[in-house]
Design a protein around this ligand. Sequence first.
Ligand SMILES: [Zn+2]
Length: 339
Amino acid sequence: MTLSNLNGVPGREDAVREYVQQQLGGLVDDLRVDALGNLIAFRAGRDAPNGKVKERVMLSAHMDEIGFLVRYIDERGFLRLQPLGGFDPRNLFARNVTVQTRGGTLPGVLTPGGRPIHISNPEDRSKVPELRAFFVDLGLDAAAVRQQVRVGDMVTLDQQARRMGDLVVGKALDDRASVFMQLEVLRQLTGPPRHDLYAVFSTQEEVGLRGAVTAAYSVQPTIGIGLDVTLAVDTPGVEADEAVTRMGEGIGIKVYDSSMISTRWLVDEFVDLAEQAGVAYQLEVLSQGGTDGAAIQGSRSGVPTLTLSLPTRYIHSVTEAVHVSDLEAGVALLLAYLK
Ligand SMILES: [Zn+2]
């Protein structure tokens, strides 16, 4: 939950990186940060038995969340925004936000321009405003805003994470839930893993898998495993065939999304492993979307790659929700593979 509360849009992942770096103390053999801000943690593998190969396994979970940069400060001190990542404007009405300036943070309110309901006409009410119509009010006069805020400052949605039944709900479980999972794997993995392990905490996923691209080139893995969330639309108003995954039915083993087709033998290997280890899993086909796995798979001359997906309700809203038992299943499956 701490991880979800931290703020970090693409290219501004510093707070998340610092937190993860602290958590990794004593858990890894080597730790470095590359020019794109990826945090790359290394654990040396055991020597492979005769006739077997010691692979270089790269895991990747992204630290960034969707958010905004200040695009323009208007003459009255209202901020206009550049979205970073795929927002649905319907999820953005009347939101508390935080603006991260060079001197500190400022509270703000995000809302679309236009007439409120008391004075709106039926046509106004039937329209969903475009992202460009949203602005941030800081409650300050224009001069005070200009003094403190600069174009390029980060704007994030406010929402404290909380426990709700079997679910954890927060603003940035995409993909901090996988960041947590990766940390948990490093905590629970006692002794050297079966293969050389590179656990990458990547940057700028939400604007096109940019961190994972450079990380895959420097790590040069022989096997890639992306860790990200996927849709769980097991909620009212949607047919069963469009659910993609279901909450609480296990970790998703991705077969397909529009950015990658998981390497077939790795899918088979992970399915067999899950069955042997008694870990709940579900096969996932996502018609649209992409993750770090695609960047790894397409790097250099190609890398066999799989993505493990956490079923998540309400993705890209402030109420992103994951099921605790699916998180546990993800950790268990990764440990079964790496130990
Ligand atoms: Zn993601």
